[in-house]
Design a protein around this ligand. Structure first.
Ligand SMILES: [Fe+2]
Ligand SMILES: [Fe+2]
Length: 242
């Protein structure tokens, strides 16, 4: 008897594989698929705008400017993948390509629109794009197969985007001024949960006796405050694609 009930639970998961199969599902299910994908497509285009209309102008570093353009290209590719699936079910989202960021109701958050400096840009990638990864991981379980199939490629790119934000954050935290800017950006985004991402911990480096390498004279190095940057295990796995 027990074996029978286990066998019933072991049925293959429900999947809708093609647009024509989708059209045979209840209207509520179709609406859910359409709304989720439309929001996602719009969010991806907002992501491209974030990189080239906001972040690009927050740095003078040509390498970082090039990264902004590269990552905007990724976001545009993510949009296109969603747009193709939507077009297959009769929804044309090409109007979004000429939409202004402020007209995008779904994903254009105040936290992004009001980004003022490079520290805030770094935290947006580290934290906000990480939240996008959580959404994509859920979408990867979608019962509508084209959505599930779209997600692995997008997830791979997004993990790199988050990793880049994380590296900027880590490198800024190595200087006193950079650390202060990250702290201020965190205070501004104080509602963001950081427990699973990283910790920034002030450490005291004790006073010590050292030697001047040129004269070999003994010198006293006074006590100093430094910052220890510690990545969480979850983040280590995310960045290393483990
Ligand atoms: Fe994306
Ligand atoms: Fe991204």
């Amino acid at each position: 008897m027990l074996q029978e009930s286990i066998a019933v639970k072991d049925v293959s998961p429900f999947h809708i594989s093609t647009p024509s199969e989708l059209l045979e599902t209840p209207k509520e299910y179709q609406d859910l698929v359409k709304r989720q994908l439309t929001a996602h497509a719009e969010g991806e285009l907002s992501g491209a705008d974030d990189y080239v209309k906001l972040f690009y102008f927050l740095t003078n570093d040509p390498y970082e400017k090039a990264v902004c353009c590269e990552l905007a290209k990724d976001e545009l590719d993510h949009y296109q993948r969603a747009a193709d699936i939507l077009l297959d079910i009769g929804i044309d989202t090409s109007f979004m390509l000429s939409q202004n960021l402020n007209d995008r109701a779904f994903y254009a958050t105040e936290a992004v629109k009001s980004c003022r400096n490079w520290a805030e840009r770094a935290l947006i990638s580290t934290l906000v794009e990480d939240a996008v990864i959580d959404v994509l991981e859920e979408m990867a379980q979608s019962s509508y197969r084209p959505i599930a199939d779209m997600c692995p490629h997008v997830l791979k790119d997004e993990k790199l985007h988050v990793g880049h934000g994380f590296r900027i954050t880590r490198s800024m935290c190595k200087t006193k001024n950079g650390f202060k800017q990250i702290q201020e950006a965190l205070i501004r985004n104080e509602r963001v949960e950081l427990r699973d991402i990283f910790t920034l911990e002030p450490k005291i480096q004790k006073a010590r006796i050292s030697r001047n390498p040129r004269t070999n004279e003994k010198v006293i190095v006074p006590e100093k405050k430094t910052v220890q940057f510690k990545m969480s295990k979850k983040w280590f796995i995310n960045i290393n694609n483990e």
